[in-house]
Design a protein around this ligand. Structure first.
Ligand code: NDP
Length: 476
């Protein structure tokens, strides 16, 4: 597949390419151009040239193009989802949800396009003030491999509706669905150059995009270390930044929770996308009065999870996205076991056998009584390993929940509104779910505190992050 620059498919200037492989089978899925800083320059120049025309369109006109594209994505969602599963590994059902979710995001922004207004301040004899918002110009979007489609939607939807043009850099292991969706947006009426996609490594294409003086904003989703690097690189120019970084979300299960629903919440919260989700349940705290029953039920659900190729009709969990990811996860579990920092109740090793030998499969893993010094708790664990700890009461649960440098999401499972209030007021996170985890519909702002990042995506709030105020003072 080729990159998209100025509305056409194009190779890299030097003609080299990157192989995209299926993480379940090791087979080659496709090749994409190995882009360079020269390719970024081309894309940024084209996006800069397209900006004036795109900005001139009304918000409603831009919204209608997003709406048409959403319709085409819905028509072709099965093909795009299949492509996503073959490059990323997740079960087809999850890919379908993600691709439909992308369409839902475009529909949401199309829907609010009719309601964009400014603010009027009447200042008496001095005059009136009209405060409007204007787009920033060329924006850069850097996308990770874990949820490449939904995260592309979170950036493309508000950036384009606000009137910006974009250069997208997909993750090197998952560029195909992103390129396909960019093609659909073009077919649906997006003028050439408004949305461009440059493939290639983060250190070359990503950094060139961040450094480029004509790029007015970078929206980056990825790990916290890369986020720190991008922050430093971006500081050379006046540039807006949204950083959606890692997380280590706690889930608190109180003694009045509906146990079966909480068990299902933990299964989905941790093992969805093989645990490779920024807001996955990464630390589970269970009230001691219910921990015995809860753990028994949780373990039996984990042991029964069907792991395999994401295209298999019964697959509930696919492989990890790369060998590196699997090594990282395996090392964290081995280290916890060797140091007596926790008890492995389920899993704790890669899957073996013919169906698994060419892919990056790892058993869904449950580790109990994890010590606070274990890296399973101090680092972001981006894979199917669930550490579970018993707590005597809500205060202890909140205290443990806050022992992290991250602050993306958190959930509490309870029937008591006072418990909800206490968790909401005291747990450091951008979103608190009650009797749920992971759900992020297009309407709600999403983003973290502390090392989980800066800025918000999704919802109408994201439009503010892709525009700036401009004021007209009318002295009558
Ligand atoms: P990385 O930071 O390694 O990569 C993310 C993207 O950044 C990729 O496109 C990558 O390119 C690119 N990149 C890498 N290095 C640079 C650089 N120096 N300059 C510019 N771009 C660069 O993250 P992961 O791929 O490991 O993604 C998983 C992480 O994303 C997790 O920590 C997860 O929590 C986080 N995440 C956060 C979310 C949030 O909203 N808060 C949502 C989803 C994930 P390449 O592919 O070529 O390496």
């Amino acid at each position: 597949m080729q990159m998209r620059i100025g509305g056409t498919g194009t190779g890299s200037l030097d003609g080299t390419s990157i192989e995209v492989k299926n993480p379940a089978t090791g087979e080659l899925v496709d090749r994409v151009p190995f882009g360079s800083s020269e390719d970024v320059n081309r894309a940024v120049e084209v996006a800069e040239a397209a900006f004036a025309g795109w900005k001139q369109k009304t918000t409603r006109e831009r919204g209608m193009i997003l709406f048409r594209a959403a319709g085409v994505v819905r028509e072709r969602h099965r093909d795009v989802a299949r492509l996503l599963t073959t490059e990323q590994g997740k079960p087809l059902k999850e890919s379908i949800d993600e691709v439909r979710g992308f369409a839902g995001i475009l529909e949401f922004y199309a829907g609010i396009s009719a309601h964009q207004t400014g603010e009027l301040s009447r200042l008496g004899p001095a005059g009136d003030c009209l405060v409007t918002r204007e787009p920033l110009g060329v924006c850069g979007a850097i996308i990770p491999w874990n949820m490449p489609v939904i995260i592309m939607g979170w950036k493309v939807g508000p950036a384009l509706l606000a009137g910006n043009t974009l250069v997208v850099k997909p993750a090197s292991s998952t560029p195909l669905a992103n390129l396909t969706l960019a093609g659909i947006l073009e077919e649906s009426g997006l003028p050439p150059g408004v949305l461009n996609v440059v493939t290639g490594w983060g250190e070359t294409v990503g950094e060139a995009l961040v450094r480029h003086p004509l790029v007015r904003k970078i929206s980056f989703t990825g790990n916290s270390e890369t986020g720190g690097k991008i922050r430093a690189l971006a500081a050379a120019h006046p540039k807006e930044l949204t950083l959606e970084l890692g997380g280590s979300d706690p889930m608190i299960v109180m003694d009045d929770a509906h146990i079966d629903k909480a068990v299902e919440g933990a299964i989905r919260g941790r093992f969805y996308n093989a645990g490779q989700t920024c807001t996955a349940v990464k630390r589970l705290y269970v009230h001691e009065k219910v921990s015995g029953t809860f753990l028994r039920k949780l373990k039996s659900r984990i042991d029964a999870l069907n792991v395999g190729n994401g295209l298999g009709p019964k697959t509930e969990m696919g492989p990890l996205n790369s060998a590196v990811q699997r090594e990282r996860i395996a090392r964290l579990v081995e280290e916890t076991h060797e140091n007596n920092d926790g008890t492995v109740l389920s899993g704790g090793c890669p899957l073996t056998g013919k169906a698994y030998e060419a892919g990056f499969f790892y058993r869904p893993t449950l580790v109990s009584d994890v010590s606070g010094r274990s890296r399973l708790l101090t680092e972001e664990v981006f894979g199917p390993v669930l550490p579970v700890m018993t707590v005597p009461d809500l205060d202890a649960a909140i205290q443990e929940a806050n022992t992290t440098r991250f602050g993306l999401g958190a959930s509490v499972w309870t029937a008591n509104i006072h418990t909800v209030r206490k968790v909401f007021d005291n747990v450091h996170a951008g979103i608190i779910w009650v009797n749920r985890h992971l759900t992020v519909p297009p309407e709600i702002p999403f983003g973290g505190v502390s090392e989980s990042g800066i800025g918000r995506e999704n919802g109408s709030h994201a439009l503010e992050q892709y525009s700036r105020t401009k004021t007209l003072f009318l002295g009558w």
